[in-house]
Structures are given as structure tokens and as C-alpha cells.
Design a binder for this molecule. Structure first.
Ligand SMILES: [Zn+2]
Length: 263
């Protein structure tokens, strides 16, 4: 009897959490009010390069993402003056839980719960901002840019609306970092990846910025959730900045910018 009661209680808690998350997503993706995203810089290493880069970060370093999203929402007929505001939080000194390199769904779920708990404990926006509770929280892990270095996989969680994003601590990488941050930001709003995970090639048509173009290849822009500009069936390149990316129709539907059946 007691056991049944406990299970019922647990189910109830899960239901409340699920409904809460769903309502938060609906509210954020109605595109009627500005979305407030906080970015929390974290040093992934102890090099002077990374330390200095983080110290010199300014709120304006993320303006390109705000402007890009404004242009994209306008393209889909929305007239919000400021669709996205990005707030720069003070540096977080702790390290987030590591994303599991492989493993099943269970490992991913456990990591996602750990990450949400960790985010809850490390999301202080500091005294500079009046807002205490942003809609989205993006933790940016800065790595020194050594030649040939590849970054660990970034991730954005729709549940909890948290992103963990690996970026380079180098001024010349800021424009490309913005592409990665925008991609993960849209994941937190419910957008899905639009590339083949084995080949990293964008999927046709949903991973193409201009799928109606004839011939479809080569494209000159990247769909943001495909992350690459398709050039040949076996070749696609990473866009150098957000100006070379667009939100495609399927992504627009997923994040509420476009209603199904609309134009
Ligand atoms: Zn992705």
C-alpha cells in the first residue's frame, strides 16, 4: 500500500515537472515577449590566453546573435523589437558535469538531470543585472585555441532550457563561436539537429537554407541546425559567421516561429 502511494507520488512529481517544462517552452516560443538568455563563461583550461579572454568579455560580444535572431524572426513575419536579450554573467569557477562520450539513453538522462542540478547551483547573474531568472542559461566553456585542436561536443537541452557550449578563447574565433552558441540556443528552444550524425552532411531538404534552389548543390548558406554549408554530396563547410546561416522552415516550426500550414 505504502509502496503504491510512493509510486503515485513520484508519478505526480514527474507530471508536474513535465507540465512545467512544457508551459515554460510554450511561453518562451510564443515570440510575443523578448527571450532572455544568460551566458556564463567558464575557463576549460588554465592558460593565460583563456583567462585573459574571459576577463575581457563584454556584453556586446554577443550582439551578433541578438541581431541575427531579430533578422530571422522578421523574415518569418514577426515584428518583435527585441526578440532576444543576452546577458553576460560573471565567470563561473566550477566545472560542469562531463557529457558522456558514448552510452545509452539512460546515461544521457542521468547527465541531463545532473546538469540541471549543477546549473541551478551555478547560475548567479551577479549584481549587474536586475533580472534574476533568465529563460535560457548557456554555459560557455572557453578553450585556448591551439592549432589543430577540436572541441568536445556541445549540447543544448530543451528540458530545463540549458546549453553547454564549447568555444575558443580567441578574438578571431568570436564570429564562428556565435554560430555554435546560436545552434545550441535553438536546441534549448526545441530545435533538432538537421545533419547526418555519421557523415556530418546536412540532410536534404530540412538541413538546407535554400532547399528550393536549382540545382540544390552547392549552397551558399548554412541552415543553423545543420551547422554546415552543403557544397557537394560529400562535402560541407562550417560557416564563418552568422550572416552565412539561416533558420530553415522545419527549425522555424520547431521553435514556434512558423505555424504548421502557415507561410
Ligand atoms: Zn546540435
Amino acid at each position: 500500500m505504502f509502496r503504491k502511494f510512493r509510486i503515485l507520488l513520484l508519478l505526480l512529481v514527474l507530471l508536474v515537472v513535465a507540465v512545467g517544462a512544457w508551459r515554460a517552452k510554450v511561453r518562451v516560443t510564443s515570440w510575443e515577449n523578448p527571450i532572455v538568455a544568460a551566458v556564463y563563461p567558464i575557463a576549460a583550461d588554465t592558460t593565460p590566453e583563456t583567462t585573459t579572454f574571459i576577463q575581457n568579455l563584454k556584453p556586446g560580444d554577443f550582439a551578433a546573435i541578438e541581431q541575427w535572431l531579430k533578422a530571422e524572426t522578421e523574415r518569418y513575419g514577426h515584428r518583435l523589437h527585441v526578440p532576444l536579450r543576452i546577458l553576460l554573467a560573471p565567470q563561473v569557477k566550477a566545472q560542469p558535469p562531463q557529457i558522456p562520450r558514448e552510452g545509452g539513453v539512460l546515461k544521457a538522462i542521468v547527465w541531463s538531470l545532473k546538469m540541471r542540478w549543477w546549473a541551478f547551483r551555478h547560475d548567479d547573474l551577479g549584481a549587474r543585472h536586475a533580472i534574476r531568472r533568465p529563460h535560457l542559461r548557456l554555459f560557455l566553456l572557453y578553450h585556448a585555441a591551439t592549432p589543430g585542436k577540436t572541441l568536445p561536443h556541445s549540447t543544448g537541452l530543451k528540458e530545463g532550457q540549458i546549453g553547454l557550449v564549447h568555444v575558443f578563447a580567441a578574438p578571431e574565433q568570436t564570429a564562428q563561436n556565435a554560430v555554435v552558441v546560436a545552434h545550441e540556443l535553438l536546441h534549448t528552444l526545441g530545435a533538432t539537429d538537421k545533419y547526418d550524425p555519421r557523415t556530418l552532411q546536412p540532410l536534404y531538404p530540412e538541413g538546407y537554407a535554400e532547399p528550393e534552389r536549382q540545382p540544390p548543390l552547392p549552397q551558399s548558406l548554412a541552415e543553423i541546425m545543420a551547422g554546415r554549408i552543403p557544397l557537394r554530396p560529400d562535402r560541407a563547410e562550417i560557416p564563418e559567421n552568422l550572416d552565412k546561416t539561416r533558420i530553415g522552415r522545419v527549425t522555424a516550426i520547431e521553435i514556434g516561429l512558423l505555424k504548421v500550414g502557415g507561410n
